[in-house]
Design a protein around this ligand. Structure first.
Ligand code: CA
Length: 688
C-alpha cells in the first residue's frame, strides 16, 4: 500500500502538460461525448438500478434511525450495531430487507445515539468484509465503523449565522495551500493545538521572537482563502497511535464524508472530529477567510478492500479490457464518474461538505480522471447552495484511462466546463523551470526561450493577439475562454518547494539572490490574470530540505519553522505588499478574455528573459489609467523604454509597496519615462 501513496503523491503533476489536445476539442465540442465502454463489465454496471435519494446509508427521521445501503448485486446484507468504534462483539445483527433501486433497508427505534454500525454484503454467496459504507458521516477511530451521532450537537456557537466570504469572481481570490501539521506543528509556532483543526481557532499566537503565527499570520498576510490538504478521513495515519506523530498528506481516501481523526484532539470520539473541523471553519470565517477543501474522488487507498468495493464490487471503478483495475491515478485504481451512482456520489458528497461544514471551495485532485459532465454537475450543484463556492482542479491524469480524452476534465477541455478552473502548469514550469528536473531553470532564473510561455500565463491561457501559442511549452492553443478558468502558481505541496527548487537550480548562488528570484516569480504569478495560488510558508521562504515528495516525511521536513518569519522579514513584507497590490487593483483581475485582449498590451522586446507589458484603460475599473509591468529574469540589468510622463514606482529592484515606494524623506518615488534600467532578477511595476 505504501507503493500506492508514494505513486499517488508524486503524481500530482506528473502528466502536467503532456497530453495536448488539438484545438478543435477546446472550442465548442459538445459535452455529451459518448464514453467508450471497457469490456463487458460496463454493460453490466449500466444495467444497475440507480438510487437518487440523498438518504443513503443512515438518516435520522424523528425517533428512527433509517438505514439504506445501495448494493444492487447483493444477495443479502447484514447491519451490525456495536457499542464501540473498534473491537468487541456486535450488540445486534440485523438482516436488511431488499428495497427499491438496488437498495437494502433496516430501521431502528429509538435512534441508538453513541453506537456504531457496519454493513456486510453477500455477493455470489460470499460474505465480504464489514464496511462502514461509503456515506459514513461520522466514524470511530481509524474509520472502520460508522457512528451514530447527533450532528446538531456538533455545531459551534453561532454556526447558524456562519458564512464564508462572498466571492463575486474567483479571480478576486488569493489561495493559500496548507497542510494542518505543516502549519502549526513546529515547536516555535506558539500554537497549543499543534497539527490539529483547532490550531486555527487560536488567536494571538506568536513565535518566541514575537512574530504572529496561526490565523493572525494569515490575516497579516492577506490571503482570502485557505486551501486545506485532504481533511476527509484518510487511511495512512494510525489514529489510535497519535503519539507516533505520523505524517501524511492524505491522498489515500478511506471515508469521503467524515473528517480525518488525527487532526482532532480525540479520534475515538466521533463527534469530536466533526465539531473541531467546524470550529476551524468558523474561526477562519470569523477572520474573513474562506476554506477550500482538497478532494480526492479519483481513487481510493485500497482496491478490493475499499468501502466502494465492499458495497458494490467493481461498480465504482474503471477497468481494463482484461477486467483488471485501470490506473489513471497511478495509485492502483481509478473511479468511474461516468456511472450514475458514482457521479451522484461525488455531487452529493461535495454538497454535503458545503452544507454541513460550510466549505467555500473545492480543489479536485487529478480532476481529468473525472468526466466533464460530472464536473459541470458538481459546479452547478454548488452554485445552487451558494454562488460564492468555486471549484478548481488538476486538469490532468497520472496515467492512461479508458475514459476517452475528449470526455476528461482536462485543462484542454476547460472551456467546455462551466465554473471550473484548472491549474496552469504553463506558468509554473516556465517561470521556475521544469517541475521534475531539479536543475532546470526557468524565466525567473535566467533561462531564455520561455518568454512566450510566461506570456501564456500572464493572459490566463486566453486568446490574445500578441501571444503566439505555437511557441508555448506546455500548451499549443488558448484553452481558457475566461480568466476565471485558470489558477496560477509556481509551487504547491507536490514537487520541490520554490525555495528548494531555486537552491537546486542555482548552485553557488547566495540566499539573498534566491530570495530575489522568489519575489520575481511570485510577482509574475500574483499580477497575472487568473487566480493566484501559493504554498503555505513560501512567504517566509520555507523549505523542505530538498525533499520533493514529502508525503510521509516527518515533521522535521514538513513543518514550517516560524522563526523564518523573523529571519526573512523583508521577504514576508514583499509577499504581503504583493497581495495587497493585487487586492487593491482590479486591473490584475479582469473578468473576460475580451477585456484582457483589449487592455493588456505587450511591448515589443527582443532581449531574452525580459517581458514588458501594460494594463491600460483603467482596466476593469482600476483607479490607475496604466500599469507598466516589466519582468527581468536575467542576471544583469536590462534597459527598457517607457512612455514619457510621471510614473509612480510601485515595485523596483526587489522592493514593493502597494501604494507606491517612497524615498527616505517620505516623498513618492517617481520615474520620468524614457530609458530606464530594470535591476537583475526583479520586477519593475509603475503606475500612472
Ligand atoms: Ca484516518
Amino acid at each position: 500500500m505504501m507503493k500506492n501513496f508514494m505513486l499517488d503523491l508524486c503524481v500530482g503533476s506528473l502528466m502536467a502538460g503532456s497530453a495536448v489536445l488539438p484545438q478543435f476539442m477546446a472550442a465548442g465540442t459538445p459535452s455529451d461525448v459518448a464514453i467508450a465502454s471497457a469490456g463487458n463489465a460496463d454493460a453490466k454496471y449500466l444495467a444497475y438500478p440507480v438510487y437518487e435519494g440523498e438518504d443513503l446509508e443512515l438518516s435520522i427521521v424523528g425517533n428512527d434511525a433509517r438505514f439504506r445501503l445501495w448494493s444492487p448485486e447483493a444477495r443479502a446484507v447484514k447491519l451490525r450495531i456495536y457499542g464501540q468504534g473498534r473491537y468487541g462483539e456486535p450488540l445486534q445483527t440485523i438482516d436488511m430487507q431488499k428495497a427499491e433501486n438496488g437498495t437494502w433497508t433496516a430501521s431502528l427505534t429509538p435512534v441508538p445515539y453513541g453506537k456504531f454500525y457496519t454493513f456486510q454484503v453477500n455477493v455470489d454467496g460470499k460474505w465480504l468484509d464489514e464496511t462502514p459504507g461509503i456515506w459514513a458521516k461520522a466514524v470511530g477511530v481509524n474509520g472502520h465503523r460508522a457512528a451514530i451521532i447527533d450532528f446538531a450537537s456538533t455545531n459551534p456557537e453561532g454556526w447558524a449565522q456562519d458564512k464564508g466570504p462572498q466571492v463575486k469572481a474567483i479571480n478576486d481570490v488569493v489561495l493559500y495551500e496548507m497542510h494542518h501539521r505543516d502549519f502549526s506543528v513546529h515547536p516555535n509556532s506558539g500554537i497549543a493545538n499543534k497539527g490539529k483543526f483547532l490550531a486555527m481557532t487560536e488567536n494571538g499566537t506568536v513565535t518566541p521572537l514575537g512574530d504572529k503565527t496561526g490565523i493572525d499570520h494569515l490575516k497579516e498576510l492577506g490571503v482570502t482563502h485557505v486551501h486545506i490538504l485532504p481533511s476527509y478521513d484518510y487511511n495512512s495515519v494510525d489514529e489510535a497511535n497519535l503519539p507516533a506523530n505520523q505524517y501524511n498528506w492524505g491522498y489515500d481516501p478511506y471515508n469521503y464524508n467524515s473528517p480525518e481523526g488525527s487532526y482532532s484532539t480525540n479520534p475515538s470520539d466521533p463527534a469530536t472530529r466533526v465539531r473541531e473541523m467546524k470550529q476551524m471553519v468558523k474561526a477562519l470565517h470569523d477572520a474573513g477567510i474562506g476554506v477550500v477543501m482538497d478532494v480526492v474522488y479519483n481513487h481510493t487507498a485500497d482496491n478490493d478492500k475499499s468501502n466502494f468495493s465492499l458495497t458494490a464490487p467493481g461498480y465504482f471503478y474503471r477497468h481494463n479490457q482484461d477486467g483488471s483495475y485501470s490506473d489513471a491515478s497511478g495509485c492502483g485504481n481509478e473511479t468511474a464518474s461516468e456511472r450514475q451512482q458514482m457521479r451522484d456520489f461525488i455531487v452529493n458528497s461535495v454538497k454535503y461538505w458545503a452544507k454541513e461544514y460550510h466549505i467555500d471551495g473545492f480543489r479536485f485532485d487529478l480532476m481529468a480522471i473525472h468526466d466533464t459532465e460530472t464536473m459541470n454537475q458538481v459546479a452547478a450543484a454548488l452554485r445552487e447552495i451558494n454562488p460564492s463556492i468555486f471549484v478548481y482542479g488538476e486538469g490532468w491524469t497520472a496515467g492512461n484511462s479508458p475514459l476517452p480524452a475528449e470526455a476528461r476534465a482536462l485543462k484542454e477541455n476547460v472551456a467546455r466546463m462551466n465554473g471550473i478552473a484548472v491549474f496552469s502548469d504553463d506558468i509554473r514550469d516556465a517561470v521556475k523551470g521544469h517541475y521534475s528536473d531539479a536543475a532546470d531553470r526557468g524565466f525567473a532564473t535566467g533561462k531564455p526561450g520561455l518568454e512566450e510561455t510566461v506570456k501564456i500565463g500572464i493572459v490566463a491561457s486566453t486568446a490574445h493577439p500578441q501571444v503566439d501559442y505555437s511557441k508555448g511549452n506546455n500548451s499549443k492553443f488558448p484553452y481558457a475562454s475566461s480568466p476565471s478558468q485558470i489558477i496560477n502558481y509556481v509551487s504547491c505541496h507536490d514537487d520541490l518547494t520554490l525555495t528548494d527548487k531555486l537552491a537546486k537550480s542555482m548552485p553557488g548562488s547566495s540566499e539573498a539572490d534566491r530570495q530575489r528570484v522568489a519575489r520575481l516569480a511570485q510577482t509574475i504569478v500574483f499580477t497575472s490574470q487568473g487566480t493566484p495560488f501559493m504554498f503555505a510558508g513560501e512567504e517566509v521562504f520555507r523549505n523542505k530540505k530538498g525533499v520533493h515528495n514529502s508525503f510521509k516525511s516527518p515533521d522535521s521536513i514538513n513543518a514550517i519553522d516560524w522563526n523564518l518569519k523573523h529571519l526573512n522579514k523583508d521577504q514576508f513584507n514583499y509577499y504581503k505588499e504583493l497581495i495587497a497590490l493585487r487586492k487593491a487593483h482590479p486591473a490584475f483581475r479582469m473578468t473576460s478574455a475580451e477585456d484582457i485582449a483589449r487592455n493588456l498590451k505587450f511591448d515589443k522586446v527582443t532581449t531574452p528573459n525580459l517581458i514588458s507589458y501594460s494594463l491600460l484603460n483603467n482596466a476593469n475599473g482600476d483607479e490607475w489609467k496604466e500599469i507598466k509591468m516589466v519582468f527581468n529574469g536575467a542576471d544583469e540589468a536590462a534597459t527598457v523604454k517607457l512612455p514619457k510622463g510621471q510614473w509612480r514606482v510601485i515595485a523596483q529592484d526587489g522592493n514593493i509597496c502597494h501604494t507606491g515606494l517612497t524615498a527616505p524623506d517620505g516623498t513618492q518615488l517617481t520615474l520620468p519615462g524614457g530609458t530606464t534600467e530594470v535591476a537583475p532578477r526583479s520586477a519593475l511595476i509603475l503606475a500612472r
